[in-house]
Design a protein around this ligand. Structure first.
Ligand SMILES: *Cc1c(COP(=O)(O)O)cnc(C)c1O
Length: 237
């Protein structure tokens, strides 16, 4: 029997998703044990971009309450259509355009991708606190998403001074073409620098389907998992 046998025609979507969640949980448990870390400081945020609302409802029925999206139009529509699930928390993990910042703030309780001072200003002043992560560019390519490591302190200070924003910690995507463990080790050092400014900003949003064990070994607290949970994304229309 291969693992795929569990995905046969007589298996429901719910069973497939429950199975994947359980499998990921096992891998998180092993990686946390290897790292000597407590399990309760590691949370999984399913990333549901390109997937229909029905999939989010399936995961919700399995007990999932945190969901991540990366495209504003799609995320906003899902937040409206799923408003009946009132205890659901939306995380925004994609690039935020300055002129859309307030809209993103309206439905997202957590924004993982604050990467510049002008965005801090655009997001500030909301009626309910928005939790933020500073996204850091771990590659040497400037066009990649995220702030330069050298700018992180300035952005952290700005978030701490801003009304309506809280600072959770740092976020990054491992660059292609490098062992992700090394990249996440650099992120951990950047996280240490941020903690020196604000001792409570201890969160590290890192780790995707292909590299979350490496991220756990380097201190990740928020794993952003797409395909490992949802299966392949439908091709973008
Ligand atoms: C899509 C996405 C993920 C999830 O990616 P997978 O490789 O499918 O796990 C994580 N973080 C961000 C910023 C994303 O856009």
């Amino acid at each position: 029997m291969t693992a795929d046998a569990t995905e046969g025609v007589f298996t429901t979507v719910t069973e497939v998703l429950a199975d994947r969640l359980a499998h990921i949980q096992d891998r998180v448990v092993s990686a946390a044990a290897l790292a000597g870390r407590a399990l309760d400081e590691i949370s999984i945020i399913p990333i549901t971009k390109f997937h229909p609302e029905s999939l989010i409802r399936e995961l919700y029925a399995l007990g999932v309450r945190d969901f991540g999206e990366s495209r504003h139009q799609e995320a906003r529509q899902k937040a409206v259509d799923l408003a009946d699930l009132s205890d659901l928390t939306w995380h925004f993990v994609g690039q935020v355009q300055g002129k859309k910042a307030r809209q993103v703030r309206e439905y997202s309780r957590v924004i993982h991708s604050v990467d510049r001072l002008s965005l801090v200003e655009a997001l500030a002043g909301g009626p309910v606190p928005t939790a933020t992560f500073i996204q850091v560019n771990l590659s040497d390519e400037e066009h990649r998403g995220g702030a330069a490591a050298a700018d992180v302190e300035v952005i952290a200070e700005a978030i701490l001074a801003a009304d309506g924003l809280t600072l959770e910690g740092v976020m990054a995507v491992a660059p292609l073409g490098e062992n992700p463990r090394y990249a996440f080790a650099r992120l951990r050092e950047i996280s240490d620098r941020v903690r020196r400014i604000d001792g409570s900003a201890t969160a590290i949003s890192a780790g995707m389907s292909g590299d979350f064990e490496d991220a756990i070994l380097e201190g990740a607290t928020h794993l952003r998992l797409g395909t490992a949970i949802t299966g392949n994304r439908p091709v973008a229309g």
